[in-house]
Design a protein around this ligand. Structure first.
Ligand SMILES: Cc1cc2nc3c(=O)[nH]c(=O)nc-3n(C[C@H](O)[C@H](O)[C@H](O)COP(=O)(O)O)c2cc1C
Length: 238
């Protein structure tokens, strides 16, 4: 007899270790969340995690109050501005960000049993940086982005999409008098997420998973000597 989906789900193993890296503690992590994240991202890259730079971005649709999530690629990270991603300026997530810049990002590196959650505000970068990001994209992804007329709008048929791709390619080549191909940039945005809270979670084989949270230090924290580089690190119950 075939097992029910519920049974099949219960029988699926979750990663039980052994985990290759030591569990985090407030004192073992660097003093800022960006530095700690860079260490963990580096661990994920070194361990050969597939798409370690893939993240889930959650936004809020202010018209319904219902959150929305999708996977994106991390484009850059710096301590001054935070986690950066690039999106179309005419799709649902851009509209959601216009209505409410509050976001959550989530990274999961299954091979290492690690998750990082970031909550903060998304701030749009300058047009120059958006152009630089667009120019740095591979040709195929420029063509695909330019061919997608209004991202996430209903597409009548795949022929329509193919026709749009052909038009982008022929226009790009025709407009090129100097021999350099130019693909028309669609509405394009790059955002940086300035964090308010960042949590590092690591699976433990005894299920007592370790969690360390960074939160912005408040006045009392500093007086108590707990704030370091403007951040307080604390353990959380699993
Ligand atoms: C691995 C992966 C990477 C992706 N990277 C991006 C990205 O960097 N930027 C982007 O706009 N969409 C990216 N997407 C597509 C989005 O998940 C989403 O389908 C699309 O942006 C439309 O989202 P929206 O309807 O919420 O605006 C990626 C999807 C996957 C699965």
């Amino acid at each position: 007899m075939t097992k029910s989906l519920r049974t099949q789900l219960r029988l699926l193993p979750t990663h039980t270790g052994p985990f290759p890296l030591p569990p985090p503690t407030p004192s073992s992590l660097p003093s800022t969340p960006t530095a700690a994240f860079q260490t963990w991202l580096h661990d994920a890259i070194t361990a050969g995690v597939i798409e370690p730079h893939a993240l889930t971005l959650s936004t809020v649709d202010s018209s319904t109050g219902i959150p929305d999530s999708r996977v994106l690629i991390l484009k850059d990270l710096d301590s001054a501005r935070g986690w950066q991603f690039a999106i179309r300026g005419d799709g649902p997530k851009a509209a959601q960000l216009d209505g409410n810049p509050g976001v959550a990002l989530c990274f999961y590196w299954a091979e290492l049993g690690r998750q990082v959650r970031i909550r903060g505000r998304a701030v749009r970068l300058s047009v120059e940086e958006e152009e630089r990001d667009w120019e740095g994209r591979p040709r195929a992804s420029k063509v695909a982005a330019a061919a997608s007329r209004t991202q996430s709008a209903v597409l009548g048929s795949l022929e329509e999409l193919r026709g749009s791709v052909e038009r982008v390619i022929s226009t790009a080549t025709a407009s090129d008098s100097t021999g350099r191909e130019e693909i028309q940039r669609p509405a394009w945005r790059v955002y940086a997420v300035s964090p308010v809270v960042v949590e590092f979670w690591q699976r433990s084989s005894d299920r007592l998973h370790q969690r360390v949270r960074f939160r912005k230090a408040e006045k009392d924290d500093r007086e108590g000597g707990e704030g370091e580089d403007g951040w307080v690190k604390e353990l959380l119950w699993p």
